[in-house]
Design a protein around this ligand. Structure first.
Ligand SMILES: *Cc1c(COP(=O)(O)O)cnc(C)c1O
Length: 457
């Protein structure tokens, strides 16, 4: 088999600044051993997130010049809305500045105290926006999705039987809508099968509950369906995406993911009443209904990005290059969540650094070691983010997993950048005994991962 090359060539470059190990040791100490507090100019390979960090194409930049900055009825809006309708089939298309704004508006309209919103796994902003209205965000991911080492094709699936049982036992009066997230970001970036989307839709329909898709990575999910689910090999990614959306009544979207732009999002739906209420909220919080907190040129860039993300060569390269990183990390002895997701590789820091107990934050310690060794920035998803203290006894309750996520920005890094990451991880693995645990120096009261500082134990 031949090398799967980047299906693009480089027209504009952004320089990377090299640093020495001594500089990085000083920088990370000054940043309180927290990569969120390091300046991007001091990072060589930035794998903090795939959100809004991608490269736009020449066609997207060209489309921005054509942007129509009219306040109302802009041409850019119609190009954008037509593209979203072509893919999703939804009647109402409401632009927002990013995904969580779409969530904020949707849940502001449909949920209230005492309600429950089921999902395979809620992403953290989705959960926060639901809880902000007093409702409960319920996760019902399939059992395979809870086993990090199990290799299965669709570990992001909904547990459809459990969903049906839950709705049957509880009754549906306080379930104003149900969701599914494709791909399942909060569960290892794992895909959801078409069969599972269809059966989830049937359960929601049987109980009379509107069904919304959190569609941030709908195109990556379509590729997994095409390559893993019988009957889809000969369908285009567009056809697969269209079928997935055909089972739903609406969607929320962060365009910073699969619309290949640096900022943007949308809410789309068929229900006229909810759409009109959402548009009223939009005007209060985001802007008029034909721009929603974005410039006209941003809407054009999204329309073009939504076209390019469904090109097969792009997606083949995208998914394959993520898998490539996972396979090579495993080959050099770095344990990762199995199988590779679409947008990120998750290193199992608990297994990788067994000498560091959970209360000394092995995930955070690994992000520090990766930065010192090679200037790589990744994010801890473990006890720094989700660890708690027992309110009665004050004892530490660790997160279920200690993971470090290496998210891959879209169309940004070449294979040699990724090979460099693998070499750095191999060096970290060779010296793993010397990696030291951390303790909090300052613990931020909310969302501690962003602004807390640490010191070595
Ligand atoms: C990123 C993301 C969101 C929120 O989108 P933002 O653009 O970051 O506000 C919601 N759901 C999922 C699954 C996401 O990955």
């Amino acid at each position: 088999m031949r090398t799967i090359i980047e299906p693009f060539k480089i027209k504009m470059v952004e320089s990377l600044r090299m640093t020495t190990r001594e500089e990085r040791e000083r920088i990370i100490a000054e940043a309180g051993h927290n990569l969120f507090l390091v300046k991007s100019q001091d990072v060589l390979i930035d794998l903090l997130t795939d959100s809004g960090t991608g490269s736009m194409s020449d066609r997207q930049w060209a489309s921005m010049i054509l942007g129509d900055e009219a306040y109302a009825g802009s041409r850019s809006f119609f190009r954008f809305a037509d593209k979203v309708r072509e893919i999703t089939g939804f009647k109402h298309v409401i632009p927002t500045h990013q995904g969580r704004a779409a969530e904020h508006i949707l849940f502001g309209v449909v949920t209230k105290k005492g309600d429950v919103v089921p999902n395979n796994t809620h992403f953290d902003t989705t959960r926060a926006n639901i809880e902000n209205t007093g409702a409960v965000a319920l996760d019902l991911v399939c059992p395979e999705g809870k086993n990090p080492q199990l290799v299965a094709p669709f570990k992001g699936n909904m547990d459809v039987e459990k969903l049906d049982q839950f709705l049957t036992n509880r009754g549906t009066t306080n379930v104003p809508l149900g969701m599914i997230t494709i791909t399942n970001n909060a569960s290892g970036g794992q895909p959801v099968s078409m069969d599972n989307i269809r059966r989830t839709a049937q359960v929601y329909r049987k109980h009379g509950i509107p069904f919304f898709i959190d569609a941030c990575r709908f195109a990556e999910n379509a590729y997994f369906i095409k390559t893993r689910e019988p009957g889809y090999a000969d369908k285009s990614l567009l056809q697969i995406a269209q079928e997935a959306f055909s089972y739903a009544d609406g969607c929320t979207m962060s365009a910073k993911k699969d619309a290949l732009v640096n900022i943007g999002g949308f809410l789309a739906m068929n229900n006229d009443d909810w759409a009109h209420q959402s548009q009223a909220h939009l005007i209060l919080t985001e802007g008029f209904v034909t721009y929603g907190g974005l410039a006209g040129r941003d809407l054009d860039a999204m329309a073009q990005g939504l076209t390019e993300v469904l090109e097969e060569d792009y997606m083949h390269y995208r998914i394959r290059s993520t898998q490539y990183l996972g396979e090579h990390l495993n080959a050099v002895g770095v344990p990762t969540y199995q199988p590779a997701g679409g947008h990120a590789i998750y290193v199992d820091a608990k297994a990788f650094l067994p000498h560091i107990p959970a209360h000394q934050y092995p995930g955070q310690a690994l992000t520090v070691a990766m930065y010192i060794e090679g200037g790589i920035r990744a994010v801890e998803i473990g006890s720094v983010m989700f660890g708690k203290e027992d309110p009665a006894t004050g004892t530490f309750i660790p997160a279920p997993n200690e993971l470090v996520r290496l998210a891959i920005p879209r169309r940004v890094y070449t294979q040699s950048h990724i090979d460099y990451v693998i070499e750095v991880m191999e060096m970290v693995a060779a010296n793993r005994d010397k990696v030291r645990g951390l303790r909090f120096k300052y613990r931020a009261p909310v969302l501690p991962h962003f602004t807390s500082t640490f010191e070595p134990v």
